[in-house]
Design a protein around this ligand. Structure first.
Ligand SMILES: Nc1ncnc2c1ncn2[C@@H]1O[C@H](COP(=O)(O)OP(=O)(O)O[C@H]2O[C@H](CO)[C@@H](O)[C@H](O)[C@H]2O)[C@@H](O)[C@H]1O
Length: 221
């Protein structure tokens, strides 16, 4: 459990991670404007450990996920009542991911993130490119490049956990595919970003059903 305190929202403070902007343009002769939240491109890696037949997920507290679980009228309270809104509201399950914040290829970024967050050493030729897609087309327009990577226990150098200097506090979670599938049947709130669902469905369609066709079909009925 995270030890959370002194949570409060402020006006936007410019950073390298996001920038709110308004785009003015003329489309088909009509003047228009659109409000965006520009953000950086990133990579996401669907990581599968074949030694133990598990997907490797990262579990962490995301302040953005936390704040959106609080009703709007209470978000501006200083501080936010963490007894009423405990930190577990901000815990998410995601695939290993990272921003394209260095002058290196997306594959190299993926390789670095797999080691930093999950502790596995992989080579570039072990990365299978899935696709590059837009995150949210209406607000960010940034892209995510997805890779698939199969690892074994022998490739694990350490326990990962993220970059402590950057304040990352990541728990590496090994989850049997059947358990991850339960996220997809949760009709209320799924503590995962939409790109997690994309990666999961890609895995089910392209890797999992070829191995476990009958088992997968059980989840589709
Ligand atoms: N908005 C923000 N505000 C403050 N600090 C921030 C920040 N975004 C990143 N950081 C800092 O940058 C560090 C490194 O981030 P990473 O590159 O590992 O990406 P992360 O795993 O956060 O996912 C990121 O990249 C993946 C892949 O694009 C996305 O899915 C995911 O939403 C995104 O956070 C974070 O630990 C944090 O210190």
């Amino acid at each position: 459990m995270e030890d959370l305190s002194e949570v409060h929202l402020t006006e936007y403070i410019p950073t390298i991670y996001t920038s709110p902007r308004t785009i003015y343009y003329t489309q088909n002769g009509k003047q228009r404007k659109w409000h965006i939240m520009a953000e950086r491109n990133g990579v996401v890696i669907v990581l599968y450990n074949s030694t133990r037949d598990v997907l490797i997920l990262v579990k962490q507290f995301r302040a953005s996920a936390y704040i959106h679980q609080i009703p709007e009228e209470e978000r501006t309270k200083k501080p936010i009542d963490v007894k009423k809104y405990p930190p577990n509201l901000g815990i998410t399950y995601e695939f290993c991911a990272g921003l394209e914040d260095k002058n290196i290829s997306t594959a190299e970024t993926a390789r670095e993130e797999i080691l930093e967050e999950c502790g596995y050493e992989v080579t570039l030729d072990q990365l299978e490119k899935i696709a590059t897609i837009k995150n949210l087309s209406e607000t960010t327009g940034a892209r995510s490049t997805f890779y698939y990577c199969e690892v074994t226990d022998e490739m694990r150098l350490n326990h990962g956990g993220g970059n402590e200097e950057e304040g990352e506090n990541i728990e590496v979670v090994e989850m049997p595919v059947e358990e991850v599938l339960r996220f997809t049947t949760n009709r209320e709130y799924v503590p995962c970003p939409i790109n997690f669902m994309f990666g999961l469905y890609w895995f089910l369609n392209n890797k999992y059903h070829t191995k476990y066709a009958s088992c997968y079909s059980l989840f589709l009925v």
